[in-house]
Write a protein that binds this ligand. Structure first.
Ligand SMILES: Nc1ncnc2c1ncn2[C@@H]1O[C@H](COP(=O)(O)OP(=O)(O)OP(=O)(O)O)[C@@H](O)[C@H]1O
Ligand SMILES: O=P(O)(O)OC[C@H]1O[C@](O)(CO)[C@@H](O)[C@@H]1O
Length: 321
């Protein structure tokens, strides 16, 4: 069986671990692995090549994706998706494995409906915004990058008696901000999924300042679109000099953590164990278990943030816990 892999959408640390497992485990199972370079764009352009052990040498500790990724405007046009299908047929590819986020799974859904190429999808996005799935490849490493940055910012924030507004990625999803705020002892956490009450936060902060607080760390998800506003709010309402740090694309990089590597290997193992006899599924991770789910079930559902974490973080939003 010839199986091709592609990575799509934002790259995430751990994709390379999954790619290495893909090649090595494919050969173990007597499949022939192929790489599709440059994501959906490369599929349209026929950038497909047989993969070998030597292609995945030394990549386990590297962030990014050695087969690269893309966001494809052309994919929305059926004419290009047909080209993609013809490229797979030309190389006699029997099935596809796609690593990506929500958008990539939507892309896969359209493609499967049209051309019926068997597939398995693996969640890989730092946003962690895939429904019915608690973990996507890249998330633990991104959280560790954020942790390290906040540790460093704390040093300077406390030395200057300043408020730091730290913006995390995640598109419309506040997962990275939520988990980072809790695990790094931030004073404020704003995410797009939740309302917030600045008057109550002000009341609390002014009391804390009287009791000796001399710096603030505010984690604001990019989807809230209020980073600049919160900086000005700290200066105007709290009377603290403020600075903004936009963490940006560093959150997508870095050597995959141990948890990341382990999960990436397990995601891929389950994908290859099912690609032949139980395809057309997404491998998800829930309650510490890997579960196969139908693609349509996932794209027709809405992701949810962990309830316990939301409860804990409510006071950081000025809400009742
Ligand atoms: N509704 C859709 N129908 C068809 N194709 C889509 C759809 N949504 C996205 N795609 C295709 O999938 C590609 C990847 O999607 P997107 O850029 O949203 O990244 P993603 O997979 O969600 O990952 P991340 O959020 O981590 O960047 C898009 O560039 C586009 O080509
Ligand atoms: O790399 P780009 O295309 O600028 O996209 C940035 C977006 O990609 C992500 O890093 C992953 O989806 C988002 O968190 C962010 O909004």
């Amino acid at each position: 069986m010839k199986i091709a892999i592609l990575t799509s959408g934002g790259d995430s640390s751990g994709m390379n671990v999954a790619i290495k497992r893909f090649v090595e485990y494919s050969y173990e199972k007597n499949f022939t692995p192929y790489f599709i370079y440059d994501g959906l764009e490369g599929l349209i352009d026929g950038k497909i090549k047989k993969a070998n052990y030597k292609d995945v040498r030394g990549i386990i500790c590297r962030g990014g994706t050695i087969i690269r990724s893309s966001r494809s405007k052309r994919w929305f046009d059926k004419e290009y998706r047909k080209k993609a299908y013809e490229n797979l047929k030309k190389q006699s590819i029997d099935a596809l494995i796609i690593l990506g986020g929500d958008g990539s799974f939507r892309a896969l859904n359209v493609f499967y409906k049209e051309f019926k190429i068997p597939f398995i999808g693996i969640p890989a996005t730092i946003d962690n915004d895939i429904a019915l799935n608690e973990y996507s490849i890249g998330v633990d490493t991104a959280l560790n990058v954020i942790r390290s940055a906040i540790d460093d910012i704390r040093d300077t924030a406390s030395s200057f008696s300043r408020a730091f507004v730290i913006e995390t990625m995640g598109r419309e999803c506040g997962y990275l901000a939520l988990i980072s705020a809790i695990s790094n002892g931030a004073e404020m956490c704003l995410i797009p999924e939740m309302s917030y009450n600045l008057d109550r936060l002000k009341e609390k902060y002014l009391k804390e300042i009287k009791n000796g607080r001399n710096y603030f760390l505010a984690i604001v998800a990019e989807g809230v679109k209020k980073t600049e506003f919160i900086k000005e709010w700290f200066e105007r309402e709290i009377g603290f000099e403020s600075r903004i740090t936009i963490l940006g694309h560093i959150q997508r990089g870095g050597a995959p953590t141990t948890i990341e590597r382990l999960r990436a290997v397990e995601f891929m193992s389950l994908a290859l164990d099912n690609i032949e006899n139980n395809p057309n599924k997404i491998v998800t991770f829930c309650d510490d278990k890997f579960i196969l789910r139908n693609l349509e079930e996932i794209i027709n559902s809405k992701y949810s943030l962990p309830k316990k974490a939301l409860e804990i973080a409510k006071p950081l939003m000025g809400l009742d816990g």
